[in-house]
Design a protein. Structure first.
Length: 238
C-alpha cells in the first residue's frame, strides 16, 4: 500500500517536472561548469534607481567581476536585470555555509555600499544541477542568457523523497531541452519545488514556458506556478 501511495505522488510530480515531454530522453551531459549535487543558491535583488540606463548597469556588473574571486565556494553568478526594474544576481554555491558566509562578508558590504533601497534575499537548496544542450556553445561567449526562476507548490503531504525522485527522473529530459544552458533543480525555504533555468535566449525560454506549460501546472496543482524572469547580461562561472 505504501509503495502504491508513493507511486501516486511520484508519477504526477515527475510528469509535471518534465511537463508533458514525450521525446526520447538522452543521458545527462558530462559534468561541466554549473553542475553538481547538494549545492545552494541565492537570489539577491534591489530596485533600480530612477535613472539607471541599462549600459551603465551592465558596465558596473562587468567592473565587479574580479571581486568575486574573493568569494570562497562560489560556483557561478549570473548578474540580473528584470522588467520589474530590479537588478542583482543569482548565485550558485558549493553549500549553504558558503552562501551564509558571503551574506555576512565584508566583500558584500563593500560591493553594496551606497546602493539605494533594501535588498531582498531568496534561498534555495539545489539537490541537482545539470547542463542542457546549449551549455558550452560558442554563442554563449557573447552573453545574453535569460533566467527563469520557477516555484511550484507541491500537493499537501508530498514527501521530500518524492520531490527528489522527480528531479532525478526529469534530468534526462532537461539535458535535451533546446536552448537550455543549465537547470538547477530547487527547493525553496517555503517548500516549493522548481528550478533556476538558464536559457541561451528569450525565444527558447518563452517556447518552453508556454501557455500550455502553465496550463498543465495549473491543472495538476490547482494553482499557477510562480515564474520570475530576468535578463542575465553578465556571468561568472568557476
Amino acid at each position: 500500500m505504501l509503495t502504491k501511495t508513493l507511486e501516486k505522488v511520484l508519477l504526477p510530480l515527475a510528469a509535471v517536472t518534465i511537463l508533458g515531454a514525450t521525446a526520447a530522453c538522452t543521458e545527462p551531459a558530462p559534468p561541466q561548469l554549473g553542475t553538481g549535487r547538494n549545492l545552494y543558491a541565492l537570489v539577491l535583488e534591489r530596485d533600480l534607481p530612477g535613472f539607471a540606463p541599462r549600459p551603465i548597469v551592465i558596465s558596473r556588473f562587468k567592473a565587479l567581476i574580479p571581486r568575486y574571486a574573493e568569494a570562497p565556494g562560489l560556483r557561478a553568478k549570473y548578474f540580473l536585470i528584470s522588467d520589474r526594474r530590479t537588478y542583482g544576481g543569482v548565485y550558485l554555491w558549493t553549500d549553504k555555509a558558503a552562501a551564509d558566509a558571503y551574506l555576512a562578508s565584508p566583500l558584500l558590504a563593500e560591493i553594496s555600499a551606497g546602493a539605494a533601497g533594501e535588498r531582498s534575499v531568496t534561498r534555495f537548496e539545489i539537490p541537482l544541477a545539470i547542463n542542457g544542450p546549449a551549455a558550452g556553445t560558442a554563442d554563449l561567449r557573447k552573453g545574453g542568457e535569460v533566467i527563469r526562476i520557477v516555484r511550484i507548490t507541491p500537493p499537501a503531504g508530498t514527501p521530500r523523497s518524492a520531490i527528489l525522485a522527480g528531479f532525478e527522473q526529469a534530468a534526462p529530459t532537461y539535458a535535451a531541452t533546446p536552448g537550455l544552458v543549465h537547470k538547477w533543480f530547487s527547493i525553496a525555504e517555503d517548500g516549493r519545488f522548481g528550478g533556476v533555468y538558464v536559457f541561451a535566449d528569450k525565444a527558447k525560454a518563452d517556447a518552453w514556458f508556454s501557455p500550455a506549460w502553465r496550463a498543465r501546472v495549473r491543472t495538476t496543482y490547482g494553482a499557477d506556478a510562480d515564474v520570475l524572469s530576468f535578463d542575465a547580461p553578465v556571468k561568472i562561472e568557476y
